[in-house]
Design a protein around this ligand. Structure first.
Ligand SMILES: Nc1nc2c(ncn2[C@@H]2O[C@H](COP(=O)(O)OP(=O)(O)O)[C@@H](O)[C@H]2O)c(=O)[nH]1
Ligand SMILES: [Mg+2]
Length: 255
């Protein structure tokens, strides 16, 4: 995978390229996107920042709100994908378009607090290659009230991933991350939806990247609806299939 090579620049050092890129994958986040952009800019005001919204032509016109905001926000770019859908490919597109030395992304619904971004970015600057916002290490939790099925599936997937893939890692479906650009020069995201995260963490671990988890409290989304709740069984099966496939690939020495 070819990404433009990028030496680590220092924050605020007048670097030509931004130091930190935050990718915002959106589908029907009209009620959240503007406040989220404001909150991220505020949280990361000490860093040279690039924001990339990747929206899949949302019917609620999230892309339009972001485009209007971009006219007064030079660090914000909006990619509106027409005829293409999918969380994984949206993030991968953002990675491809990014220029930062550190690349981050998070859910665009305020369930993952933008206030944690400085801690994730600082961890990557000082002590690891990948920092993950985690609900399942001490100090973290998930206060969302999902359906029983969702909670059960999530705990099965997390437990199996820790048993079969990366033992000392907990939040295999986090989706809240900051990582060095070099990680994505070696690994491109695979999958359709949240299972890409299980795949990314396992392959990064196998390649020797240092990964740390930083606790956060996941809260209910501020506005709009979850995309995971629809088609939960088929999504859950894909997650479990990913765990099985990675274990199998590892046994064969194929990943
Ligand atoms: N671009 C894009 N973003 C998506 C798609 N599906 C979900 N998202 C975004 O991915 C993030 C996670 O989705 P969300 O509905 O919050 O899932 P949940 O947290 O598991 O309930 C949110 O920012 C969504 O707007 C998609 O097909 N395309
Ligand atoms: Mg969410």
């Amino acid at each position: 995978m070819s990404l433009p090579a990028e030496p680590m620049s220092t924050p605020g050092a007048g670097s030509v390229r931004p130091h930190v890129t935050v990718i915002l994958p959106t589908y029907n986040e009209a009620g959240n996107i503007e406040d989220l952009i404001i909150a991220i800019r505020h949280a990361l005001k000490a860093w040279d920042l690039e924001l990339i919204v990747v929206d899949d032509n949302s019917p609620d016109e999230t892309w339009r709100i972001a485009e209007i905001r971009s006219k007064t926000t030079p660090e914000l770019r909006v990619i509106r994908r027409i005829g293409e859908r999918g969380l994984t490919s949206a993030i991968q597109r953002g990675i491809r378009e990014s220029r930062g030395s550190i690349i981050c992304w998070l859910d665009c619904d305020f369930s993952q607090p933008p206030e944690l971004l400085p801690a994730l970015v600082s961890a990557v600057e000082s002590r690891c290659d990948i920092a993950v916002g985690s609900r399942y290490v001490q100090g973290g939790s998930d206060s969302r009230t999902g359906t029983r099925l969702r909670i059960w599936l999530s705990s099965v997937i997390t437990t199996l991933s820790s048993m079969l893939l990366v033992r000392d890692f907990r939040d295999h479906t986090s989706g809240f991350i900051a990582a060095r650009r070099s990680v994505f020069e070696q690994i491109s995201l695979r999958g359709d939806y949240g299972e890409y995260f299980i795949d990314l963490i396992f392959r990064a671990h196998r390649r020797g990247f240092r990964i740390v988890e930083i606790p956060y409290v996941c809260v209910p989304r501020r506005s709009g609806e979850s995309k995971t709740e629809s088609g939960m069984i088929s999504k859950g099966m894909k997650y479990l299939g990913t765990v099985a496939r990675l274990r199998w690939e590892a046994l064969r020495g194929a990943c």
